[in-house]
Write a protein that binds this ligand. Structure first.
Ligand code: G6P
Length: 611
């Protein structure tokens, strides 16, 4: 949540920061602001989207070569001009942007108020900038020293970037818990919450670690820890192209990302699945195979869509590897004193690799002695670095707030893991192993076949765009798909939607069924097919409207449902990879038909870096 961008160097800072903030809008988009260094520091901030900052027409925007910017997802205080970042200290010396939450801001604020400080906003950030200033004044210390002292007293998560009057050639940044990337150019440096604002200028980046301070001038980056000891920066090469973070002719990132899936899944399988030699290579699993094969149990932690991928993985791993699996919301796991320790494997699933709750859940399990395996999309992200081992999903950057291609890539990695471990444990036969590999190899083509039906799914969307509620039902491997379908619809269209195991509907949701309730069944051909047919009858008997995701050639459900969305047949282990696609497309079109901004749904953020 919240995106920050900063620039220091030789070109005009404003266009770099403005463009960067637009790229980071997925992290929050209720207000934004930029501060630039001219003779003094000038700040412009506005409620609303980043585009509002284009109204800043002062001369400084073409001359200043140093600046900081922020796009906000409100935590403390409603979206407003006053609560937007950057925030300035009482004396006007310090100007700061912040991503994260200062949990003890209340007590710090009280201290400052007693000393006579006043506040223009309701934010924790304005408290932090004044807290740093107060230390600087009292100790007569440099900004760097004051930040070190302040950050030792601060509880919470942050990335901050600070500008100081009188020091026009220097920015100081610090991080704990929220992400920060520094792009290294020639005589210029770029700072951002992720690499997307940086990629068109340089591919050389440094990922700043927790409890590190970066002192940045146009020609130099000095990294130190909070104990003032220097750290040698590790410069990495970005593996990302500009085209990957642009819409490429699609109306929305979400649609582009849905259509990316044959390619992103091919990338996910590349170098791993070898059909000539019938091998699956997953280095992160192989290097620790004994940990997996001897695991007493596997705990999966994640949030949102990634949690749904975890639920599918539970079915996959228990079936193929006969290892007990628990799937936990990271936010619950971290606070409920879980029984976890040596012999446990914890799989953390995260697209961004920065979700605050997932990060802390990992830290807890790691401290307790569990082995941590990250299934992460964002290369070099915090979760990737905190894990003992892992497998990247290689879905490429996902910009639309609703996760689509990241989900299917997660499922692919998790399926590969289950197949690989199952073979090692001999809990699947060689014939099964070979069949699963053959099925995996066909997935990108089958996804493509579903995408080709998108016009007919758009027609289905037209019938249901005005619905008030929706029920999604599925069984077995398709139960988590029902949850994911419901989540996608409510995120994008603001239609109330619930996902349920189809059999469970008799214990409550069936009371909602009448002629106005669309019920979407994930009803592909699998072991539960006949049961699902009965459930559809039960809905029809109560006049509910039935939409069904069915397998090619299924005439039985086609004859019962009001509308169908057809997908190729696939082994049930991999069914979610295919059956989720029509639900993504349906949600997309319903959101568009309702005139909504599907890439940036209200109140949501792509990367939830606060708990
Ligand atoms: C937010 C996003 C979701 C995502 C979830 C978990 O809610 O809007 O799309 O599934 O966070 O994020 P992660 O990056 O950890 O997968």
């Amino acid at each position: 949540m919240c995106g920050i961008v900063a620039y220091i160097g030789k070109q005009a800072a404003y266009p770099v920061i403005l463009k960067g903030l637009k790229r980071l809008e997925y992290r929050g988009y209720d207000s934004s602001g930029i501060a630039l260094f001219g003779e003094t520091v000038n700040t412009f901030k506005k409620k609303g989207r980043v585009a509002e900052l284009e109204a800043w027409d002062e001369e400084i925007i073409s001359t200043a070569t140093v600046g900081i910017g922020h796009t906000r997802w409100a935590t403390h205080g409603e979206p407003s001009d006053a609560n937007a970042h950057p925030h300035t200290s009482n004396s006007g010396r310090l100007t700061l942007v912040h991503n994260g939450i200062i949990e003890n801001y209340g007590s710090l604020k009280q201290e400052l108020v007693q000393k006579g400080y006043t506040f223009k906003s309701e934010t924790d950030t304005e408290v932090l900038v004044n807290f740093i200033e107060d230390i600087q004044i009292n100790n007569n210390s440099s900004l760097e020293e004051a930040m070190r002292i302040a950050l030792k007293r601060v509880v919470g998560a942050y990335v901050i970037i600070v500008m100081e009057e009188g020091f026009p050639n220097r920015l100081i940044a610090a991080r704990k818990g929220s992400p920060l990337v520094i792009g290294v150019g020639e005589g210029e440096h770029f700072l951002a919450s992720d690499a997307s604002p940086i990629i068109e200028y340089t591919k050389k980046v440094i990922y700043v670690n927790d409890y590190e301070l970066a002192i940045i001038s146009p020609d130099e980056i000095i990294l130190k820890n909070l104990g003032n000891e220097p750290i040698t920066p590790y410069i990495q090469q970005l593996d990302m192209e500009l085209a990957q973070i642009e819409k490429g002719g699609f109306d929305h990132f979400m649609l582009k990302e849905i259509f990316d899936q044959p390619g992103s899944l091919t990338d996910c399988l590349r170098g791993r699945l070898d059909m000539e030699n019938l091998t699956l290579t997953l280095a992160g699993v192989e290097e620790h195979m004994s940990v997996f094969s001897q695991a007493k149990r596997i705990i999966i932690v994640a949030c949102g869509t990634s949690w749904h991928a975890g639920l599918v993985a539970e079915y996959m791993i228990e079936t193929l590897c006969r290892i007990p699996v628990e799937v936990e919301y990271a936010s619950e796991f971290r606070y409920r004193n879980p029984v976890v320790g040596e012999g446990d494997v914890l799989i953390a699933i995260s697209q961004s690799g920065e979700t605050a709750d997932t990060l802390v859940a990992i830290e807890k399990a790691k401290e307790a002695g569990a082995f941590i395996f990250g299934v992460v999309n964002a290369v070099g992200s915090s979760i990737a670095r905190l894990s003992h081992s892992g497998a990247y999903t290689h879905a490429g950057p996902e910009i639309g707030v609703a996760s689509t291609k990241a989900f299917t890539a997660q499922l692919t990695v998790l399926a590969m893991m289950a197949i690989k471990i199952g073979r090692e444990k001999k809990t699947i036969t060689e014939a099964e192993y070979n069949r699963y590999l053959a099925e995996l190899a066909l997935i990108p083509e089958k996804v493509k076949a579903v995408l080709e039906t998108h016009e007919s799914i758009k027609e289905v969307a037209k019938h249901y765009a005005d619905a008030r509620d929706f029920l999604f039902l599925g069984r077995g491997y398709n139960f988590p798909v029902a949850l994911e379908g419901a989540l996608k619809l409510k995120e994008i269209s603001y239609i109330h939607a619930e996902g349920y195991p189809a059999a469970e509907m008799k214990h409550g949701p069936i009371a909602l069924v009448d002629e106005n309730l669309p019920v979407l069944f994930i009803a592909t051909k699998d072991a539960y097919y006949e049961k699902i047919v009965s459930n559809i009858q039960e809905i029809k008997a109560r006049k509910g409207m039935v939409i069904a995701v069915i397998s090619e050639g299924d005439t039985q459900i086609r004859g019962m449902a009001d509308h169908v969305m057809v997908v190729p047949e696939v082994d049930e282990l991999l069914a979610p990879l295919i059956s989720v696609i029509p639900t993504q497309i349906l949600s997309y079109y319903i959101g568009v038909l309702r005139g909504l901004d599907v890439d940036k749904p209200r109140n949501l953020a792509k990367s939830v870096t606060v708990e």
